[in-house]
Ligand binder design. Structure first.
Ligand code: ADP
Ligand code: SR1
Ligand code: MG
Ligand code: MG
Ligand code: MG
Length: 422
């Protein structure tokens, strides 16, 4: 059932919505100019509608949640409370990392709508830029900074456990978490109507996955961590379609799946999506010419490594500076920065985190090849045989990550590395 007072906007009614609200209207143009305003619905995500309103004074982005999943339709109802979650998470992230989050101008609870800064071109969705062949020199540093700030400051390393538990309640986000449990951790491993894959090419690979006992055990361990291990306020959907970039800037959007969960979930989701792009490059290279994506291939691997190592460095720096205040590793127990106890706690923390990150990466790669929601990196490879070849390599590597992890145990916590990429 829709939120009381809700009405779905379209490209015409959204103009009048903006014109009737002076703080929004002033960003677009004088009321008399409304007829000259242009509106585009640009929502290319799976869940919501996004309008860009442009007029003589500037532009605005309005995101509205209908009471169902956009890419499925009314047969999959979905809570509109996701807009509150997104608004509050954006505020939480902006408090510690304002340079990587779009400014919110208005949250309208009844209309299930957020008005925010329009990230105008050259800002582009990272996934789109990567498919076009671009690289981004600051991406790993920006992602490391965003991950470290958003995860550290909401964890019990920083917070007292009363505040920590209050935030868990604030971000329970039950329906969105249930969706994730279903489409990431369950359906790819069973026969489910939502699943799809490049068929018939991958039929045997999918049959193998769905009868793979070790994969089912490993993904169930990850689901247990997702359900039962609140460590920090996660973004919850940090793939390359949730990041807008220029050559200079990085903005993280769309935290409607935010909730208290395992830190590895966020770290792994972005790394897995970079890995999916990596595995798609053979298919794009086939169309563009041999060797044409080699530099991007190397940049993607370096970015995966540097995002992890940069995250560890930035999170450690925050921990050394603020960690003693939180209830998890209080100064009385952990001792000073540089001392043996804190150093041992940090080595243990990042060792476990890396092992779990590698496994979550495997699950995220697999769900994008077999489950309901695929990635344009692969889908845009027109030749089905070429696409299937890329997807098969990715699926096999994803399965290895899921079941075997990084293959390097805790030692890999000091620097990302896989024994080999396939
Ligand atoms: P969904 O929750 O449906 O995935 P997103 O928040 O990811 O929706 O937005 C869908 C698309 O809308 C993005 O891929 C991007 O193209 C566009 N978009 C979203 N927010 C902005 C923004 N602040 N500025 C410019 N474009 C945006
Ligand atoms: C119905 S599944 C849709 C997917 O898109 C979102 O962005 C999340 O990744 C979700 O799993
Ligand atoms: Mg999105
Ligand atoms: Mg979304
Ligand atoms: Mg994913």
């Amino acid at each position: 059932e829709a939120q009381h007072g809700f009405r779905a906007l379209d490209c015409e009614s959204v103009k009048h919505y903006v014109a009737a609200r002076p703080p929004l209207q002033q960003r677009v143009g004088p009321p008399a100019s409304v007829d000259s305003w242009t509106v585009r619905e640009v929502g290319d995500g799976n869940i919501n509608f996004v309008f860009i309103v442009e007029g003589p004074a500037g532009a605005l982005c309005l995101k509205q949640a209908l009471p169902y999943v956009r890419c499925v339709g009314e047969s999959w109802p979905l809570t509109q409370d996701r807009v509150r979650i997104e608004t509050e998470a954006l505020a939480e992230q902006a408090a510690v990392c304002p340079e990587h989050v779009p400014q919110v101008y208005l949250y309208d609870k009844a209309m299930c709508l957020i008005a925010m800064r329009y990230l105008a071109p050259p800002f582009l969705i990272l996934r789109r830029g990567l498919i076009a062949g671009s690289t981004y020199p600051h991406l790993s540093a920006h992602l490391s900074a965003f991950l470290a700030a958003s995860l550290f400051h909401t964890s019990a390393i920083k917070l007292d456990t009363t505040a920590f538990r209050q935030k868990q309640a604030q971000y329970a986000n039950d329906e969105m978490c249930r969706l994730t449990e279903q489409v990431i951790f369950t359906e790819p491993y069973i026969k489910a109507d939502n699943n799809r894959w490049t068929s018939p090419q991958l039929d045997a690979d999918v049959a193998d996955l769905q009868s793979d006992v070790a994969a089912k055990v490993a993904v169930s361990q990850l689901k247990a961590a997702f359900i039962g291990r609140p460590q920090a306020l996660l973004h919850g959907d940090l793939h390359t379609g949730s990041i807008m970039v220029t050559q200079e800037e990085t903005a993280v959007i769309d935290p409607e799946f935010a909730f208290y969960g395992p830190i590895a979930f966020d770290v792994a989701k972005i790394l897995a999506n970079l890995l999916l792009c990596y595995f798609s490059l053979d298919g794009h290279e086939a169309a563009a010419g041999a060797g044409s994506r080699q530099a991007q291939r190397e940049w993607l691997l370096a970015t995966i490594r540097d995002t992890w190592t940069g995250f560890v460095a930035a999170f450690t720096a925050l921990w050394n500076e603020h960690g003693g205040a939180g209830d998890l590793y209080p100064a009385a127990l952990a001792g000073p920065a540089g001392g043996p106890v804190l150093a041992a706690l940090q080595a243990d923390f990042f060792g476990q985190l890396w092992a779990e990150t590698a496994q979550f990466m495997g699950a995220f790669v697999i769900r994008r090849l077999v489950g309901i929601a695929h990635v344009a990196d692969m889908d845009s490879i027109e030749d089905a045989d070429a696409r299937a070849a890329c997807e098969r390599r990715a699926l096999r590597f994803g399965r290895r990550l899921l079941v075997e992890g990084s293959g390097r145990g805790a030692a890999a916590g000091k620097g990302a590395g896989f024994a080999s990429i396939d």
